[in-house]
Design a protein around this ligand. Structure first.
Ligand code: DAH
Length: 337
């Protein structure tokens, strides 16, 4: 067997020298040192040798196997260095690669713009939980268990007392519980309702809530603040109007409309011929809500408002289907820079 091993070494050297590609290297590796390769087969044959011959043959075979493996590793390294050199070659005259920069989501643009506008008017930003207690979402906002106002805000319930918030209004209560007047906050975030999906409804959407409580706050303050917001977000020529509206946690309550930017109030197809576009609910904080958080309702008054961020984005950018915000179509998203 010693002779055979000697020949094998010669044969291997020749094969190694003739080798040109990585692929060939793998074939040779398999052929010589693989599990069913020549060396393995010779090792098996040791049992047919005499007991005196066996140790020497075993030693030689293991030695040659190691030799082959080392040689193959060395060759592999040579290959990868050559490859590396090729890959590292930089042609500095070549035009640079295009860097694709993402764009900010239109809803995020509205949230940030709104926060900036209200920060400019002295409001501060607060954040609250999306998983909310029934108490904050409804009860403390004058919406007890049997109140019909719950019907239009069906939620996803975690337990009978814990739900995904249907509005950002619970942040009014959470803020007032932690702070005494004066209060001026806005709070934006996700809300959830068990609504069927159509071009104006999605089960998850964003709201922006505002609250101001102090001595002598009046409806005039609310009108002034909302007018300023509308002018900054939609344009200087816009005006607003208040229509009576019912929300259990404000009294009086109002639906706020902004004049249509296309027809300037004359009436066109985009505003349903009314000249106005509904943008938010608002009103003077109900004395009962103030009392529930321990505020003196004789001394303090306040206003509150709440709006859908998607709705504002739809009106500002002329989008007619809310689903577009959540389909993540890059052709839609990259239009908002
Ligand atoms: N949370 C109300 C809703 O989702 C909107 C709203 C109305 C918020 C009046 C207010 C408000 O703060 O004063 O329908």
């Amino acid at each position: 067997m010693e002779k055979e091993i000697k020949n094998l070494r010669e044969q291997f050297k020749k094969s190694l020298a003739a080798l040109k590609t990585r692929k060939e290297l793998l074939i040779i590796e398999n052929e010589y040192t693989g599990r069913k390769g020549i060396v393995a087969q010779m090792l098996k044959r040791i049992t047919s040798l005499t007991p005196e011959e066996r140790p020497r043959a075993g030693q030689l075979l293991n030695q040659i196997k190691k030799e082959f493996q080392d040689a193959l590793i060395k060759k592999e390294k040579e290959f990868s260095q050559e490859g590396c050199r090729e890959e590292e070659y930089i042609d500095i005259t070549f035009p640079g690669q295009n860097f694709i920069q993402g764009t900010i989501h239109p809803v995020e643009l509205i949230l940030k713009a709104t926060e900036d506008i209200f920060l400019g008017m002295g409001f501060t930003i607060v954040d609250g939980p999306e998983i909310e207690l029934d108490y904050y979402n409804f009860e403390a906002l004058n919406i007890p268990k049997d109140h019909p106002a719950r019907d239009v805000q069906d939620s996803f319930y975690v337990t009978p007392d814990i739900l995904l918030r249907t509005q950002t209004s619970p942040m009014q209560v959470r803020t007032m519980e932690n702070q005494s007047p004066p209060v001026r906050i806005i709070s934006a975030g996700k809300c959830y309702r068990r609504d069927s999906i159509d071009n104006t409804h999605t089960p998850m959407f964003h709201q922006i809530e505002g609250l101001a409580v102090d001595e002598d706050i009046s409806l005039a303050d609310l009108k002034g603040v909302i007018t300023e917001f509308c002018k900054q977000i939609f344009g200087k020529d816009r005006i607003i109007r208040f229509r009576p509206g019912y929300f259990p946690f404000v009294e009086p309550g109002a639906e706020v409309d902004v004049s249509c930017g296309l027809c300037h109030g004359k009436g066109c197809s985009s505003c349903g011929n009314s000249g106005w576009l509904e943008i938010m609910g608002a009103g003077m904080v109900h004395p009962h809500v103030l009392e529930m958080v321990g505020y003196d309702a004789e001394k303090y008054t306040g206003f509150a408002f709440g709006m859908g961020a998607e709705r504002i984005a739809m009106l500002k950018y002329g989008i007619n289907d809310i689903r577009l915000f959540f389909e993540n179509d890059i052709r839609f998203l990259t239009q908002f820079k």
